[in-house]
Structure formats: structure tokens, C-alpha cells
Design a protein around this ligand. Structure first.
Ligand SMILES: Nc1ncnc2c1ncn2[C@@H]1O[C@H](COP(=O)(O)OP(=O)(O)OP(=O)(O)O)[C@@H](O)[C@H]1O
Length: 239
């Protein structure tokens, strides 16, 4: 059973009096098959925490365990392989490759991992995000919500143990955001582990639990809160 755990994780930028403790001694467990939202004021360390948890950024102290694998001890080659096969990442601005069709974007992680993408697998992954009929479209021919769903399909095609999302609805209007959140909720209900950074209490309320950061530290964790409760809690930490 895979869970993701962070123990005593710190990440410091700069040195001496100018040092910024972006993540400061964080110990957290992200349960398997759960959807966890990470919230906090601007600059509280949310993106840095996500990058450390996903092995996109090295930690200065502490350990990150993905199942039995200590990703903080992994060498560069192992880390690259791990990022390509065991984690998925989606970004606020989708980061699709404009010259490639939806299905070519989705096939990319398999190609990068040296696997020959099966058209059946790629189409099934696009179908799972409701875009089987857009396989040949390029990103500019798709709406923002559709582009984010292609990005989710691209992140999911390798069947990652954890899907990380950094402000996945930050660039979307409310209707498109709801479609993306509905998709993520269905994925979590089907057992996908998800860790998501968001500024939006409505988005965070769709998750199973919300972790609050302030000055790089975990200051609170709530489960089953509605959008109003999440917003109130966030406001109390922004004071
Ligand atoms: N590469 C870097 N070099 C120096 N400082 C950095 C770097 N990345 C982040 N920081 C600093 O670390 C702190 C946390 O940044 P981070 O982006 O993780 O916060 P955040 O909560 O995601 O912010 P936001 O909500 O504004 O996106 C900030 O003070 C930021 O300026």
C-alpha cells in the first residue's frame, strides 16, 4: 500500500540573513487513494512543498517516502525514472506542447520512458477524461478546461501512484474549473492519490482533506470541510 510521507522536510533558498525557509520542518502523510489540498497565503511554501514531495526539487533536510522508496536518497537517474513512471504532475498553465495533437501530448510520457505508446492505451486515457473525440486537436483548438483535461490524461497515462496538481483550476473559468474538479473527484473516488495546491476554497473543499501552510510550516489540517469553512480557516491564517 503506497502512501506518500514527508518527515522533517525543509527547503531553504539563499543563505545567511537573506535565507528564505520556504518549507520548514514539515512532517505530513498523504494517504493512499485520498485527495489532499494544500492551501496557505502567497509565499507560504505551497509550490515548494509540492515540488519537494514530487521529487522535482531537492530537499535540504528530511525524507520523502513514496511507498518504500526514499526519493530524497535517489540518484538523478532513479529520480528521473521515478518522475516518469510513478508520479504525474499538472500545472496551472497546462504546459501542453502546442505543435502536438492531444493524443501525441498524452503519448509523450510513454515515449520519454522509452515505451512504444499503444494507440489503444492513449485513446482510453483521453476517453477517461471525456475527450476521445478531440484526439487529433491541437491545444490551441481546445478550450482551457479541455486543455487541462488533456494535461491530466498526459499525467495519468503512466498510471502514476500520486497525481500532483499545482493550481490546476487557476487559469480556468468556474464552469471549466468544475469540470476539471469533477474529473479529479471521480479519479480520487476510484482510488487515485492526489495532492493539489490551490488558492480556491471551493476547489479545496472537493478534496478529502485540506492542509494549511504558513511560513513554510503546517499549521492546520481539516477533513470534510465545505468551501465556507475552508475560506474561514484560510482567512484566520492570513491575518
Ligand atoms: N527558486 C527560488 N529561489 C529563491 N526563493 C524562492 C524560490 N522559490 C521560492 N522561493 C521563495 O520561497 C517562498 C515560498 O515560495 P512558494 O512559491 O513555494 O510559495 P507559494 O505558497 O506557492 O506562493 P504562491 O501562492 O504565491 O504561489 C517564497 O518566499 C518565495 O519567494
Amino acid at each position: 500500500m503506497t502512501t506518500l510521507t514527508m518527515t522533517g522536510v525543509s527547503r531553504v533558498f539563499g543563505r545567511g540573513p537573506a535565507a528564505v525557509h520556504a518549507v520548514d520542518d514539515v512532517t505530513l502523510t498523504f494517504p493512499r487513494g485520498g485527495w489532499t489540498a494544500v492551501m496557505g497565503p502567497s509565499g507560504s511554501g505551497k509550490s515548494t512543498l509540492l515540488h519537494c514531495a514530487a521529487g522535482l526539487e531537492r530537499v535540504d533536510t528530511g525524507r520523502v517516502l513514496l511507498g518504500d522508496t526514499d526519493i530524497t536518497a535517489a540518484g538523478d537517474a532513479d529520480l528521473t525514472a521515478l518522475r516518469r513512471s510513478r508520479i504525474g504532475f499538472v500545472f496551472q498553465n497546462f504546459n501542453l506542447i502546442g505543435a502536438l495533437s492531444a493524443e501525441q501530448n498524452v503519448a509523450l510520457p510513454l515515449r520519454l520512458a522509452g515505451r512504444r505508446p499503444s494507440r489503444r492505451v492513449v485513446r482510453a486515457t483521453l476517453d477517461a477524461v471525456g475527450l476521445a473525440d478531440r484526439a487529433r486537436h491541437r491545444p490551441r483548438e481546445l478550450s482551457g478546461g479541455q486543455q487541462q483535461r488533456v494535461a491530466i490524461a498526459r499525467a495519468m497515462v503512466t498510471r502514476p501512484e500520486v497525481l500532483f496538481a499545482d493550481e490546476p483550476t487557476g487559469a480556468l473559468d468556474s464552469t471549466a474549473a468544475r469540470t476539471v474538479l469533477d474529473l479529479m473527484r471521480a479519479m480520487a473516488d476510484a482510488g487515485q492519490s492526489i495532492v493539489m495546491v490551490t488558492h480556491d476554497p471551493g476547489a479545496a473543499a472537493r478534496a478529502d482533506a485540506v492542509v494549511f501552510l504558513r511560513d513554510g510550516r503546517v499549521v492546520d489540517r481539516v477533513a470534510g470541510a465545505d468551501a465556507r469553512q475552508v475560506a474561514d480557516r484560510l482567512a484566520s491564517w492570513e491575518r
